[in-house]
Design a protein around this ligand. Structure first.
Ligand code: SF4
Length: 136
């Protein structure tokens, strides 16, 4: 059940996120999280455990060997939980298409940030889409 009032507003506009980084998308993610773009302005704070996270960010290439671990990570997250697939690889296998696994094959994805790699603006837009609830 979703909280209402000020608690609901705070929950809707802030995310504790758990990041699964893998490959070259990291360079743009670092830009988005650093002081120039500063994702913390949008209430995004990284946590180091999926049990504390509301948002799972899959960044870059996912292969079959990683799939089981990622599903377990997702299952550890409390409800309500959201998933952001960041970049062409996480979204549809990307440049490594024959070996890559799309995040939506493992669990429901709420929003995608397009690009190879996605620009920080695309990452920020995906966060805003989640906050506005326009992904539903
Ligand atoms: S989407 Fe592009 S930049 Fe991101 S991990 Fe895949 S190949 Fe690298």
């Amino acid at each position: 059940m979703e909280a209402t009032g000020i608690t609901g507003w705070a929950e809707k506009n802030s995310f504790k996120y758990y990041l699964v980084p893998s490959t070259c998308c990291s360079s743009e993610w670092i830009q988005a999280a650093s002081c120039r773009y500063d994702l913390e302005r949008f209430g995004c704070v990284e946590v180091l455990s999926p049990e504390e996270a509301e948002l799972l960010i899959i960044q870059g290439f996912v292969n079959e060997a990683m799939a089981g671990e990622l599903k377990e990570t997702y299952s550890k997250m409390p409800h309500p939980k959201k998933v952001l697939a960041l970049g062409a690889c996480a979204s549809q296998g990307g440049s490594f298409f024959e070996k890559g696994v799309s995040a939506h094959e493992l669990f429901p994805v709420d929003v995608w940030a397009a690009g190879c790699p996605p620009r920080p603006e695309a990452i920020m837009n995906a966060i805003l889409v989640l906050q506005k609830g326009s992904h539903k």
